[in-house]
Design a protein around this ligand. Structure first.
Ligand SMILES: NC(=O)c1ccc[n+]([C@@H]2O[C@H](COP(=O)([O-])OP(=O)(O)OC[C@H]3O[C@@H](n4cnc5c(N)ncnc54)[C@H](O)[C@@H]3O)[C@@H](O)[C@H]2O)c1
Ligand SMILES: O=CCc1c[nH]cn1
Length: 499
């Protein structure tokens, strides 16, 4: 913990030293090989940790199982107070946690306090509030019988996180899991392990039994050990579709419950009656917030032919004004991408777009001069004249690359928007509310925003359809994905038997 908070103001000088698993309230080394987490702003190591292997995961499962028994024995009001204290502590440490997240993930400090830390705090607050209201059911079966349905926890659940919203992802999984009476073992992405450790400290400080939230560090092999462990009842993964299919296949061996929060290639449809500035704002939020590294991003922007030229002109001007820079600088609007490998992948997509004939109207290059040259910075890109079959239009890029296309009719927009194996999110920009709701019903997506984009209040369920996922995070819906129902039949008469 001490090491976690040793960060300085200057991201160039910061090192967090050795990071350790948090298991059963203790900080323990994993037994695998060393790996580093790199500060994407500088390309320098921020911290190092040992990977967790099967034995480490097993000790986390034992600790979590013991903590879960204590947790579920506590009165619901007391458990709710623990979650409330977690929320309050997250708010108290808002800027400290935000700076950690900036150092580890490269997200701009302009975004992180509200979009990441407040979202985490809101989530614990929401589930603290609903914990005591998560009732079972009573079923009337006539004069001599009734049944009731208990809502019970699953036991030990595991969360596996992606790197784009590290503390938000850890919170969106841990808060509902604990509210439903489970213990959590969380494996953050190996690229951003820091803030999940800080969160597990906070959960312990809030009065949870030691081991109620554990953190095991490592990459795919650690995640695979969690997915295979028979003592883990559920896996909730936030990650790519290929990882999702692997984790789900592994989870099937022990018939684990799964929540899959996976990738997307979401459409934003801008009708001719949309407010032009709002439409450009939505498209920019849906492509450039968090360096474009957001699962629900609207990377396919369909603009009505009549609005197209004006839209593109304003989008280019506003994109060229984005301040790319040191993410700890409060004026910076876009930080570095998460890693060199990811930057190269995104730049590869820019090349693919050019090669397939899309028109690169702004950005798309790595920043190779000045103080940003040692980090993984690029200029946000917009492609015009895209077609539905181009690689940049069909594959998830997960970087700041917007693809713009034109359309003529509502029917055409629906067909083209739905022509993807993904189904995470969609956006509709129009002043015609009847059309907006027709579109919301017709679009194949887990979330549809009308005249907005990428807003994720924790009271609203979030998750994907088709290849973008299974299950929902947030909202009352999330409790269902961390509980199981037990039906109890109660006979009030004699037992009738035919023999
Ligand atoms: N739907 C959502 O809510 C949501 C949110 C954020 C990110 N994402 C998606 O996440 C992806 C980017 O994140 P990423 O690059 O970290 O994804 P990834 O799939 O590479 O990794 C995700 C996590 O899975 C772990 N992992 C990798 N192989 C594993 C295995 N075989 N078994 C168990 N765990 C394994 C990784 O270590 C990491 O913690 C994008 O596709 C993005 O759309 C989805
Ligand atoms: O990255 C996916 C989840 C999300 C979307 N907006 C904020 N968080």
């Amino acid at each position: 913990m001490v090491q976690l908070y040793r960060q300085g103001k200057d991201s160039l000088m910061t090192s967090l030293g050795r990071l350790r698993n948090h298991i059963g309230g203790e900080h323990v080394e994993g037994s695998g090989s060393l790996f580093e987490t790199i500060n994407p702003t500088t390309g320098l190591p921020l911290g190092e940790a040992r990977s967790s292997l099967e034995a480490d995961v097993d000790s986390a499962v034992q600790a979590a199982a013991a903590a879960q028994r204590q947790w579920i024995a506590m009165p619901p009001a007391e458990r709710a107070r623990v979650l409330h204290r977690v929320s309050q502590r997250l708010r108290d440490k808002r800027m400290e946690l935000a700076r950690l997240e900036v150092l580890d993930a490269g997200k701009a400090i302009q975004e992180v306090p509200a979009a990441d830390i407040d979202s985490a705090a809101d989530c614990f607050e929401f589930f603290a509030g609903v914990l005591q209201a998560a009732h079972g059911e009573h079923i009337d079966l006539g004069p001599s019988a009734f049944a009731y349905v208990r809502r019970e926890p699953l036991g030990v659940v595991a969360g596996i996180g992606a790197w784009n919203y590290p503390i938000q992802i850890a919170s969106w999984k841990t808060a509902p899991a604990l509210a439903a009476g489970n213990a959590m073992i969380f494996k953050p992405s190996e690229l951003t392990p820091v803030s999940a450790l800080a969160l597990s400290e906070i959960v312990a400080e809030a009065g949870a039994p030691p081991g109620l939230m554990n953190v095991v560090l490592g990459a795919g092999e650690t995640g695979a050990a969690l997915a295979a462990h028979p003592g883990v009842a559920k896996i909730s993964l936030t990650g790519s579709v290929p990882t999702g299919t692997r984790v789900m296949a592994a989870a099937a061996e022990t018939l684990k419950h799964v929540t899959m929060e996976l990738g997307g290639k979401s459409p934003l449809i801008v009708f001719e009656d949309a407010d032009l500035d709002d439409a450009v704002s939505a498209a920019m939020l849906g492509n450039f917030y968090t360096q474009g590294e957001i699962c629900s991003n609207a990377t396919r922007v369909f603009v009505h032919r009549r609005l197209h030229d004006a839209f593109l002109e304003r989008a280019i001007a506003r994109t060229e004004a984005i301040r790319v820079g040191d993410p700890l600088d409060p004026d910076t609007q876009m930080g570095p991408l998460i890693s060199q490998a990811h930057l190269e992948k995104v730049l590869g997509y820019v090349e693919a777009g050019r090669a397939e004939g899309a028109r690169l109207v702004t950005g798309g290059g790595r920043i190779t001069e000045g103080p940003l040259a040692s980090g993984w910075f690029m200029r946000p890109a917009i492609f015009a004249d895209c077609t539905d079959t181009m690689k940049i239009v069909t594959e998830e890029i997960f970087g700041p690359v917007m693809s713009v296309m034109t359309f003529e009719t509502e029917e055409e927009a629906v067909i083209r928007a739905n022509a993807t194996p993904f189904g995470l999110a969609a956006g509709v920009m129009t002043r015609d509310l009847a059309r907006a709701h027709r579109m919301a019903a017709a679009l194949q997506a887990g979330v549809v925003w009308i005249n907005a984009y990428n807003l994720t209040p924790v009271a609203m369920p979030f998750g994907g359809s088709k290849m973008s996922g299974i299950g929902r995070e947030n909202g009352l819906a999330a409790l269902d994905f961390y509980s199981q129902r037990k039906s109890v039949y109660v006979n009030l008469g004699s037992v009738e038997a035919p023999y």
